[in-house]
Design a protein around this ligand. Sequence first.
Ligand SMILES: Cc1cc2nc3c(=O)[nH]c(=O)nc-3n(C[C@H](O)[C@H](O)[C@H](O)COP(=O)(O)OP(=O)(O)OC[C@H]3O[C@@H](n4cnc5c(N)ncnc54)[C@H](O)[C@@H]3O)c2cc1C
Length: 173
Amino acid sequence: MSFVENNLANFCFLIKAEAVKRFSSDAGQIIENLVFQNERARETLRDSAPVHDWLAVAVEGFGRKNLNPAKNLFAVGDAGAFIDPFTGSGMLMALESAEILARIIGESSAAEQIAERYAVEHAQKFQRRLFVCSILRRAAFSPMFAGLFINALSFGRLPRKMLAQATRPTFSG
Ligand SMILES: Cc1cc2nc3c(=O)[nH]c(=O)nc-3n(C[C@H](O)[C@H](O)[C@H](O)COP(=O)(O)OP(=O)(O)OC[C@H]3O[C@@H](n4cnc5c(N)ncnc54)[C@H](O)[C@@H]3O)c2cc1C
């Protein structure tokens, strides 16, 4: 949950498609019956009310995808690799990957060479952070690991800074 302006907040969560179907795609029911099973969420959202309609987007999968699905067709942003939303860095990756591809296209003209260089530079830039996220995602579904991890992050600024740097290396603060 992130506050935006005028005491409004943007609240976002991920949910499996089967659960959405189980509650007939009714966001109110999903919040009440599923999200509020989390005590912290219930406490935080107790006095809140939706201001706009809920927006939903389908996430087909995480991690790197086919960067060059057809000759002269190159994927940037989410189409090239989807990073877990908890990092809050999908837009950064969309801009960074587009920047890499644009530079390579400016320097090379052969489609094969562009594809090869783009694959290498994309991996150099994003592989590590996608890997760290894949570990965190798996840990999040194991209550023991999730608990340990949350405790570790509450030890001070350093662990949180290290996590931010591992998932968005351009972060310096
Ligand atoms: C729940 C959730 C929370 C997130 N939170 C954050 C966050 O806090 N911070 C952050 O940085 N990122 C966040 N992200 C990720 C971020 O939204 C994406 O990484 C970013 O929008 C990717 O940009 P993009 O241009 O690659 O794709 P998109 O923003 O998805 O743009 C693709 C566009 O192409 C259009 N399109 C698709 N197919 C066609 C077609 N055939 N013809 C024409 N148009 C088409 C789509 O309608 C869309 O407008 C979140 C994502 C999710 C799912």
